[in-house]
Write a protein that binds this ligand. Structure first.
Ligand SMILES: CC(=O)SCCNC(=O)CCNC(=O)[C@H](O)C(C)(C)COP(=O)(O)OP(=O)(O)OC[C@H]1O[C@@H](n2cnc3c(N)ncnc32)[C@H](O)[C@@H]1OP(=O)(O)O
Ligand SMILES: N[C@@H](CCO)C(=O)O
Length: 347
């Protein structure tokens, strides 16, 4: 069941804006044990939600990496997202109508502070393992740096210390697609949806890889050179699929939060920031990830004091972390099985 936490004090963003009545939606699975040392916190990616059992179903269940019979699992919807937390379509308490374009630009650090407020509200004092992939991994990093002694271990997948010029360029191209929709600018919840379809199709090129498309979307031997190509119909399907479950406001604002990502900001640079981390950290990179290339995970592993780097060889590109769940789990157990940080001992 989705629960909500409402923060009573004004929330001041990194950009100096104030949000009143901040809401963080979250789900918990399993029970906190007597020694309160079985908390696993999961940070979701761009269009995920607090329903980690749905979007990471392959990792979830008895005997799996995320096992509610052994762990107390928390997953919160990131601020700005449209799955229950405060976002641009939430009513502005001072007017009673949605913020729309007046919503402040949030940073990954703001989003992490939303998690931290929820953590205190829930009375959680230790986190056994913090797990995040992609944008969720970026937020997990922010948290590991900001509150280093809170965490025993972390699993950071396909993420980076600072969003790259390449990543920002991909996001800007997507925002341009949304902004070119003639309905963008209207104060209605469905503004920009057509543009968001194109934005998602553009994003797919960064979430997958040449090899993924070659493997799954190549034409059969006999095909019409002037007809509809499989890859073209796939792109359109992905756009429509997102349109049915997301809105352009969250998409636009979350892409800005991703652009803001730089763990070194105000902390003396990336290297100094990463060196503050105290947890045992497994960093996983994906061989075909063109959005968060391996060099970015190598940099994390170089400067995080207790880091282990592993590489998942996959044809699925960046999104392999959502698709190749057996491999994601295996890397975790191979790395942590014999350590105290392991989520459960392997006999
Ligand atoms: C409410 C919540 O809990 S949020 C949950 C949803 N959000 C998330 O899961 C966020 C993270 N998840 C994702 O990004 C994605 O779901 C992933 C990466 C895990 C998997 O992506 P998918 O789109 O499911 O996989 P894939 O790339 O193989 O595409 C399969 C889809 O494309 C369709 N497809 C494949 N080839 C073609 C084609 N040539 N033409 C048209 N459609 C095609 C398939 O029929 C399938 O459609 P369906 O999902 O509507 O059944
Ligand atoms: N496919 C992911 C984004 C990339 O991690 C999502 O839709 O959340």
């Amino acid at each position: 069941m989705l629960k909500t936490f409402q923060y009573q004090a004004p929330f001041i963003t990194e950009g100096g804006d104030t949000l009143e009545g901040l809401t963080v939606a979250y789900r918990t699975y399993g029970q906190l044990n007597a020694s309160a040392d079985n908390v696993v916190w999961v940070c979701h990616a761009l269009t995920g939600s607090a329903d980690v059992d749905r979007w990471w179903a392959g990792l979830f269940g008895k005997g799996r990496l995320l096992d509610p019979e052994r762990q107390f699992i928390v997953c919160a919807n990131m601020l700005g997202s449209c799955y229950g937390s405060t976002n641009p379509l939430s009513p502005n308490p001072s007017t009673g109508i949605p913020y729309y374009y007046d919503f402040p630009v949030l940073t990954n650090r703001d989003i992490m502070r939303g998690f931290e407020l929820l953590r205190r509200h829930l009375g959680i004092r230790r986190i056994r393992c913090l797990i995040g992939g992609s944008m969720g991994g970026q937020q997990a990093l922010e948290w590991l740096i900001e509150v280093p002694h809170l965490f025993d271990s972390a699993y950071l997948i396909a993420c980076n210390a600072r969003h790259s010029a390449w990543g920002i360029a991909f996001n800007e191209a997507q925002r341009m697609a949304i902004e070119s929709d003639s309905s963008w600018g209207q104060r209605t919840p469905d503004a920009g949806l057509k543009g968001m379809e194109a934005a998602r199709a553009c994003a797919m090129l960064s979430y997958r890889h040449y090899q993924t498309y070659a493997l799954t979307q190549s034409e059969a031997e006999e095909y019409s050179p002037t007809g509809n190509f499989r890859a073209a119909s796939y792109q359109r399907h992905q756009g429509k699929k997102l349109r049915e479950r997301f809105h352009a406001f969250s998409y636009w604002w979350l892409s800005k939060a991703m652009d803001s990502h730089d763990v070194g900001r105000g902390r003396g640079g990336v290297e100094a920031a990463l060196e503050r981390i105290r947890a045992q950290v497994l960093v996983l990179g994906i061989s075909t990830d063109i959005l968060f290339p391996l060099a970015e995970q190598q940099l994390l592993a170089k400067y995080i004091p207790h880091a282990h780097l592993r590489i998942l060889h996959s044809v699925y590109g960046h999104d392999a972390f959502l698709i190749e769940t057996d491999a994601v789990e295996r890397f975790y157990f191979d790395c942590f099985a014999q350590t105290e940080s392991c989520l459960f001992p392997v006999s």
